[in-house]
Design a protein around this ligand. Structure first.
Ligand code: TRP
Ligand code: SF4
Length: 531
């Protein structure tokens, strides 16, 4: 394991697109591996959509009320299942936002993106959570508790200084949150080592504490739903996507009931179900005299249809036919099925009672004939929550681009000149920007003629991600002037350096102002642990 924060290590060395920052970065090279503790780099963001099923943020943007500038500018480029969160914000319904920070070094301008995302969601009405991943820092990074305490305070001060409201929201550290640890223990019962091996590459040498920090992160992600299920977004870098996927799986596995659609007493795989659904429609069940379309009828119709006209392979067809023939004269009737996954007897009985209309009860499922799928999902959750379950909704995520290092390449805490810490002396911040690599041409003449390469310029990124703030016109002006050849790098950097200096001075002043707020906040600033 390296000693760096993955968020920095994964920073892209490839050019990122500028204004608008929309599609992926460079084409071609694509060594995509999403590793939360490794040094994966993202060379092609588009690959994340194709290979990992991350969705493009642009597609939900319209549904987001007052989108943050990081959303508008494509810095937040991807998401998983963000729609329910956007909808809840839109309708003033309960929603939550949570992210965590490993206190391994100073908070820097890359972390500011995540702070801003939490704060924005809080301001839109979501319950907001900021956590210190001290167990992870200790187990995966070998940080001492004294170091952890020092860095934790710095992260928290910056989060508050940027506008997090600790009275409305919740701050905690993993190690002292008892409810969190209880949840982690429960979730651990639904995950096993082979799975960790497949997802994270753990092996026989991996510390057990490191594995525990994973279930702790799973608990972090579901923690906002302990009181009641609600859409929850986890803003992180794409390196954390494996964690998000696992948390979504675990949320599902914790559910008491699984709702699906069925046509007869037996179970169908999804592609089998689609086939039966299609033939059910095609056979026009109303037309059957005695009102009874039976399994054998569907089987016959299937057998008369050439395989080439069906959208399934021979194995699937054979499997459906076997099921239909075995059921024989059983009527085919669409129904909503509640499958008992981990329900208590009490919960199962409560579900049976709660189902209105015609129903049929089996050993480990109930079929309902008068409830549609959506209503069934809602009912299953309601019964689960009423009978002591969590009823988790799968957590959502949003992913932001990694900032390019000021010296080109990755932004890394081990290369001080590559990043700007939120604690940097404002003069040092000024100097670092002045010394940054740019997307400028060899000579001023060439630049006037061809324009600068804003898309490949870390200084332009500073404007887009931070310095232009909410002012889109300003960001666009910088971009247009740069690529139009009107803006030269010397002046451009001078302006950016000045803005950076002002930002740091102001931020640090605010950090001092919120020191009391932090003292009063409900979070232990000193770990009781010392080794
Ligand atoms: N693993 C995250 C990191 O490396 C920190 C973290 C812990 C976290 N728990 C979390 C992030 C929950 C988001 C949600 O930075
Ligand atoms: Fe970058 Fe500014 Fe130079 Fe354009 S003019 S390349 S944005 S430093």
């Amino acid at each position: 394991m390296t000693g760096d924060d993955p968020r920095e290590e994964s920073a892209s060395g490839e050019p990122t697109t500028g204004e608008p920052l929309t599609d992926g970065g460079a084409a071609g090279a694509d060594d995509v591996a999403l590793d939360p503790w490794g040094s994966s780099s993202v060379s092609d963001y588009r690959n994340l959509f194709e290979e990992f099923g991350i969705e493009e943020f642009d597609e939900v943007l319209e549904e987001v009320p007052n989108p943050h500038y990081l959303m508008r500018r494509g810095v937040i480029f991807g998401h998983r299942d963000y729609r329910p969160v956007a909808e809840a914000l839109q309708n003033d319904e309960p929603a939550a936002v949570l992210s965590g920070f490993m206190p391994t070094g100073d908070p820097h301008i890359g972390h500011k993106l995540v702070f801003d995302e939490i704060i924005w969601h809080q301001q839109q009405g979501a319950d907001a959570y900021g956590l210190i991943a001290d167990l992870e820092a200790n187990s995966a990074r070998g940080m001492s508790w004294a170091e952890i305490d020092e860095h934790a305070r710095d992260y928290l001060l910056s989060l508050l200084a940027l506008g997090f409201d600790p009275e409305e929201g919740e701050l905690y550290r993993q190690s002292t949150n008892r409810e969190l640890q209880d949840l982690a223990f429960e979730l651990g019962a639904e995950a096993n080592f082979s799975e960790f091996q497949a997802i994270y590459g753990f092996d026989g040498e991996t510390d057990v504490s490191h594995m525990q920090s994973v279930v702790t992160q799973m608990a972090d992600i579901l923690y906002p739903q302990l009181e009641e299920p609600k859409p929850t977004v986890i803003p992180v870098g794409p390196d954390q996507d494996p964690h998000v996927r696992l948390a979504r799986d675990l949320a599902e596995r914790m559910r008491f009931f699984k709702v699906s659609e069925a046509y007869a007493s037996f179970e169908l795989e999804p592609d089998e179900r689609a086939l039966v659904a299609e033939f059910y429609e095609r056979l026009e069940p109303e037309a059957f005299d005695d009102d009874q379309l039976r399994c054998v009828h569907v089987a016959e119709a299937l057998e008369e249809t050439p395989l080439s006209e069906l959208e399934v392979d021979a194995d699937t067809l054979r499997s459906v036919l076997t099921k239909l023939e075995e059921a024989g004269m059983e009527p085919v009737r669409p129904r909503t099925r509640f499958f008992d996954r981990r329900a208590t007897d009490e919960a199962f009985d409560a579900l049976i009672d709660a189902i209105d209309g015609e129903k049929r009860v089996y050993e480990s499922h109930v079929d309902a004939f008068e409830i549609d799928r959506a209503a069934a999902e809602a009912l299953a959750r309601e019964v689960e929550v009423d009978t002591g379950g969590y009823g988790f909704q799968p957590p959502s995520s949003v992913y932001h681009r990694f900032m390019t290092g000021l010296t080109g390449g990755k932004m890394s805490s081990s290369i001080p000149a590559s990043h700007i810490s939120l604690l940097d002396d404002p003069e040092d911040g000024y100097d670092k920007v002045k010394a940054a690599t740019t997307g400028g041409r060899e000579t001023a003449e060439e630049q006037r003629e061809k324009g600068g390469k804003a898309d490949e310029c870390p200084v332009y990124e500073l404007y887009a991600y931070l310095l232009a703030g909410d002012d889109d016109e300003f960001a666009k002006r910088v971009y247009d002037e740069c690529v139009g050849g009107e803006r030269l790098c010397g002046d451009c950097k001078e302006q950016a350096a000045q803005l950076m200096k002002e930002f740091l001075a102001e931020h640090q002043e605010k950090r001092e102002e919120v020191a009391d707020l932090l003292e009063q906040a409900d979070i232990e600033l000193e770990s009781p642990r010392r080794r």
